[in-house]
Every structure is written in C-alpha cells, then in structure tokens.
Design a protein. Structure first.
Length: 265
C-alpha cells in the first residue's frame, strides 16, 4: 500500500458516507509508516475526540464495548479499560486494559477536502460550507478569456471547471511526501470551449445557482479589466473606465452605468 492508495481509499470512504468520517487507531495501523503525519500535515485529516467504545478482543465474541477511562494528574497513572457484560466471562477476565493510544481518532470531511483543493489551485477566497451542500464554490481561475468558476460536487467528488468535470481522484495525488493537483489537467479544462447549455450538459448546480455563478464571473471580469485600465490610465475616472469596458466582449451587452456600479470591489 502506498500514500496514493490510502488517499484513494479515503476519498472513496468520504464519497460513500457523504458525511464526516472517523478514522480509528486500528485503521491507521494498516497504513504505510508516516501516512497519518502526512495527511495531518496537508490538512486532509484533523485529530478529533477519543473514542468512547471499542471492539473487545479478549474472547472470540468480539463484542463492542463502552470504554471506562480514568484520568490521573500524573499521565502515567491514567488508564482505560472495558468490563465484559457477561458475568461469567467478567469473572474470568476482570478488567480488560486498553492502551490509551488506541483511543485516538481522526476525522476527514468534504469541507477540509475542498480547502485543500482550493489551496493547491491557489484560490484564496473564503469557502462557505453547509451540511449536505451538494456544490461547493472553490473560487475562480483566470484565463485568457476571463474568469472561470471551479466547484466541487460533494455527491460524486468531481471538480467542475469551465462546465467540464473531472473526478477528484484523477487529479489529486502524492509524489513522495507532497500532495499535488494535476495542473495540466485543470488548465486543459479551463482552456476548452464551454459546453453549450442544453441536453449535452447537465450542470452540477440548479439554474438559479448557475446564473449566480455566471453573474459573479462577469463582475470579476469587469473588476480585472478595471484594475488593468487604472494601471494604464491612473488619472482617468471610473466613469471613463466603465465606458471602455462597455466596448469589450466581457460587457455582455451591459451598459456602462451597470458596469461602473459593479467593477469596483
């Protein structure tokens, strides 16, 4: 098993559950050395509260039991154990000691994944996230033809770029101990012709959300053009800049006054 094998398993588990998942101490024992530290470092995992129950291996029944934890001021004296529910077995085994290290747990969720992907793409906008949110807006990437939205579909774990989609597992990977996103694949999607809105394209967002994304992209194009015009013509007024933008393709037939109201952040 490699780091990438663990990454694929993690993505598959998240996709199947469609909610935050808990990684137990027993699970990470099957991972290559250093995997846990690596996933914590890149931000895909976060430490969470200790488990309150565990599978007992003291007999063949393998019952799932609540853990009793005794915390002492001296950490060396703290302990955890389980007590069998079966009176006969309890008399034979007494307390079954559980090493405290085995109580550790870690969490992965779509929110953390979206932030990791956004970071790898150089997107710095704040990502808003709600429970069961199907589409997560990661931000906009600049192309020669203007800005293009990048979104993460939390249901099938695909990235939508410029109306084209790609599974996350196809572009996210480890090389050595560093996590990468396939920038060539992302650039290829960015530079393709957007799909026409019709039967051949089923957007990941609903129509209202899609229109909102298109409007935000248009405003961002105006803002980019305004910044460039002011650099080249620092003494010109905002009204003059809006009139110049109104002549460009990115105006999308909007009048100069509408552009002026939306071209400055």
């Amino acid at each position: 098993m490699t780091f990438n094998d663990v990454l694929l398993e993690l993505l598959a588990h998240l996709r199947a559950e469609n909610k935050p998942i808990i990684i137990s101490w027993n699970t990470i024992q099957n991972w290559p050395d250093g995997t846990l530290e690596l996933l914590l470092k890149v931000g895909l995992l976060i430490r969470t509260s200790a488990t309150q129950s565990i599978e007992c291996h003291a007999c063949e029944n393998r019952c799932f039991m609540d853990i009793i934890t005794l915390i002492h001021d001296d950490p060396a004296l703290s302990c955890a154990f389980i007590v069998c529910d079966d009176a006969e077995m309890q008399s034979q085994m007494g307390r079954v000691q559980i090493p405290l290290v085995q109580l550790q747990q870690w969490q992965a969720d779509v929110n953390r994944l979206s932030k990791v992907i956004a970071g790898l793409l150089g997107l710095k906008d704040k990502i808003t996230f709600t429970v069961n949110q199907p589409v997560i807006k990661l931000g906009m990437l600049k192309t020669a033809r203007g800005r293009r939205w990048v979104t993460l579909n939390s249901l099938d774990f695909s990235l939508e770029v410029n109306q084209h989609t790609v599974p996350v597992e196809e572009v996210l990977y480890f090389e050595g101990e560093q996590l990468f996103i396939d920038q060539d694949a992302i650039d290829d999607l960015l530079n393709r012709e957007p799909l026409r809105q019709g039967k051949s394209y089923i957007p990941l967002t609903n129509k209202r959300e899609a229109r909102k994304l298109e409007t935000q992209t248009m405003y961002q194009d105006w803002q980019d053009a305004y910044v460039q015009l002011k650099k080249q013509n620092p003494t010109k007024s905002n009204k003059w800049c809006s009139l110049q933008i109104a002549k460009m393709d990115i105006a999308n037939a909007r009048d100069a006054e509408t552009i002026r109201k939306n071209m400055v952040k």
